[in-house]
Design a protein around this ligand. Sequence first.
Ligand code: GLU
Length: 505
Amino acid sequence: MTERKVRVRFAPSPTGPLHIGGVRTALYNYLFAKQQGGEVILRIEDTDSQRFVPGAEDYIIEALTWLGIQFDEGVHKGGAYGPYRQSERKEIYKKYVDQLLNDGLAYLAFDTPAELENKRKEINNFQYDASTRMQMRNSLTLSKEETQALLDAGNQYVVRIKIEPDEDIVVNDLIRGKVVINSSILDDKVLYKSADHLPTYHLANIVDDHLMEVTHVIRGEEWLPSAPLHVLLYRYLGWEDTMPAFAHLPLLLKPEGNGKLSKRDGDRLGFPVFPLEWKDPKSGEISSGYRESGYLPEAVVNFLALLGWNPGNDQEIMSLDELVSHFSLERCSKSGAKFDYEKGKWFNHQYIQKKSDAEIAALFMPVLEEKGIKADSGYVELVVGMMKERVSFVKDLWTQSSFFFVAPTVYDEKTTKKRWKADSAVQLSELVEVLRPVEPFTIEHTEEVAMAWIQEKGYHLGNIMNAFRLALVGEGKGPHMFDIVAALGKEETIRRTQRAIEVLK
Ligand code: GLU
C-alpha cells in the first residue's frame, strides 16, 4: 500500500453547543494532522433532522476559530472534497445504499413502529439481528413481488445492514490496541431511511471518510461501540484497503473521577463545560462558556491538550505549536481523564503572566469602561504590570486594583481600628509636605525622601506605612507602597492623604 497523506476530520453533529470534550477531540485531530504534515477537515454530520439545532453549526465554527484550531477544508472554507455538510450530499449516499442492497449485504425493512413495539413486548431484549430478522417484515422474508408491491404503493422503509452472527470483528485502535467484538452482539443497524431520503450517521460517516480520503479517525470513546459496525461497512463496501486507522480518546470524567463529565457537573461546581456561552434556542436557557468566563484561548487549549495526553516529561506550559511538535497518539491514555477544573484556572493564571502588560491592559480596558472609567492606556498598563501576578482572570484585576482608578471614599473599619494611630494624622500631614517638593515623583525618589524623613524623625516605619496605605487604598491591601505613590502621582497622592486625615482624625 502506498503511503497516503494524513487526512483527519472533526465531524460534529449540530445537535447543540459543542461540549468541551468535543473541543478536545477537534484539538487532538488538529495536533495529530499538523504534526504529520497532514490536513484537517471540518465536516458537519447533520443527517438526523430530528436532532438538528439551529445555530449549533455557527457555534462550533466560532468556538474552534476562537481557540485557534484551524481547518484546511470544511463547511466554512470549502475544499476539493465538498460539500462538507452531509445534508447536501444526499445524492452521493444513495449509490452506496443500492450497492449494498444489490450485493445482498443489506435489506429493506418495512416494519412499522407499532410492529417493532409489539416485537419488543413479545421478545425480551429484542434486537433486530440474525436471530430475529426472519420473523420481521423485510425483503428477506417477503417475496420479490411483495417487496416491489410495497415500494410501488409508497410504503416507507429503512435499509438495514445484514450482519452475520458469530464472527470476531477486530478493531485496531492506536490507543487501545486490538479490540475484538463478536458480531452476535451487534444489531442490523439502520443505514438509510426512505422517509427523509437520508442515510443514518453510520453510513454517511463511512462513505464520507472514504470519499474524503480520511486516513485516521480520532474521536471520543463513546464511538468505540460503533467501530465494529464501521469495520464491517468498509468490508461490505469493498474499501478495506483504505480503511482509516482508529483512535478512540479517553472520556473526560467528573472532577471526582466517578463517571462522565456532564453539564450538570459544571452547574454544580461552577465551571463551564462549553467553549462559548450558549443560549438554548428553545428554552432560552443560558450555559456559561470559557470565553465569557474570562479564559484566554491559549490557556484552554493547553489545559485540554493535557486531559488524556502527556508529553512524556513534566512540561506543562506549551503553545499550540509546541503541542503540535510533541503530540502523539501513543501517549494518549486509555483510562478516563479527570476534569481538574482548578488546573484550568492555573493555566489561565500562567498565560496571563506570559502575556505582555500591553496585551492584558487591552483586555482590561473594556472591564474598566464597563465600570464607567476612562483611563489612559499607559496608566492601565502600569497598573496591570503591578497587579497581574495576583489574578487568574482579567476581570479579577478590577477587585485587586480598583483603587488605582477610584479614590477611597470609605476606609475599612477593621484596618482603620488597627492601623490608624493617635499620631497618624499629624505624621501624614508632615509626610505630605515632605513629598510635595519631590521631583521627579518616581518610586525611587519618593521612597528615598520618605525614608530619610522617617529616620530623621525617629518615627515607626510600619505605623507610618500602614496609615499611608489606608489613606491611599482605603484598606490594608495592595502592592509596594511607593509603587502606588508613583503610579497615582503627586497630586492624587496628596489629595487622598489629606482627605484621609480629614475623615479619620
Ligand atoms: N457525528 C459524530 C459526532 O457527533 C461523529 C463521530 C465520529 O467522529 O465518527 O461526534
